[in-house]
Design a protein around this ligand. Sequence first.
Ligand SMILES: *Cc1c(COP(=O)(O)O)cnc(C)c1O
Length: 370
Amino acid sequence: MPTTPILVTRSSMPPFEEYAAEIAPLWESHWLTNMGEKHRRLEADLREFLGVDNIALFVNGHSALECVLEAMGLRGKVITTPYSFASTTHAIVRKGLTPVFADIRPDDYTLDPERVEELVDDETCAIMPVHVYGNLCDVEAIGDIARRHGLKVIYDAAHAFAVERNGVSAASFGDASMFSFHATKVFNTIEGGAVCFADPSLKDLLDQWKNFGITGTESVEYVGGNAKMNEFCAAMGICNLRHVREEIARRRVVAERYWERLGELPGARLSLPQPGVTPNYAYLPVVFEEDEFGATRDEVYDALMARDIHPRKYFYPLISDYACYAGRFDSSATPVARHVADRVLTLPMYADLALEDVDLICDVVAGCRG
Ligand SMILES: *Cc1c(COP(=O)(O)O)cnc(C)c1O
């Protein structure tokens, strides 16, 4: 019997004793937040793991994104994708910048560089692409557009932890990359996030922006916010990082079972690893082309829910169709994104999802075919 309900994800946690040992020293130091020892340790561990020189930790990925926009002092338009989580566009809007939506590529759902280039004008200051589901963007083409037009590139790499291409870490592309360490991500600190960046002079700025703009014991130079990661979250990260390679290896077994089973179904489009890319198996998106598949995405969703299996329509609706942005954007301007958003379902995916449960899910999906 499958263990029901089967949710779309399940947060990874270290053995309890390992976490208890990691936080025990906090009862001696009484230093609970404000860049304490665990915070410094996790920054160092992540620099090594991600293969980067510069990193700043945050209370969550969204605040990290807002802080980097603020620290870079950007003004004007930011070209981005409507096929993402709310955070990407919300960060742009909340920092007083104007989002401009470019369409995505039909094969990996990342920003289409050609569509980006068409939208660049005198007011454009940056590009904010998303490595959707851990699929890497065309970083060369995007970097080339940015260089020619003098734009910053800030990647939303929330899905791309531990992803590499030809041995190069996803954290090293563009001017900056934001990672989310939310409980549902491949690597979590309960809530948390980070920015990796190219220009070392951003380090002090980011650390100050996340701590009220305080620059010294008697000086406050910016109207910063509070976005610091606390010691308990950092300790969770230190523990989870020790197990993340093994986690990813176990996710791979699950993903490969899905691909083997679903690969036989015409009209069920999978997101297979890109050439040269070491994936993290963060999500299991399937795009149901109803003409070929014989059922719509919503029919598959309903059939799974009826069996107490909880997939997600991720990402649906497009950000440009959100109620909070009503009247501001026209999602028919990004037809590929709209096509995918109307047909995508992300299936349950986590390291300890039993293969029998994967088989059951695939049986239910296959049973939807007309
Ligand atoms: C999770 C996520 C974020 C936000 O990260 P939080 O840590 O939850 O604030 C941003 N963008 C994308 C694409 C995400 O999936």
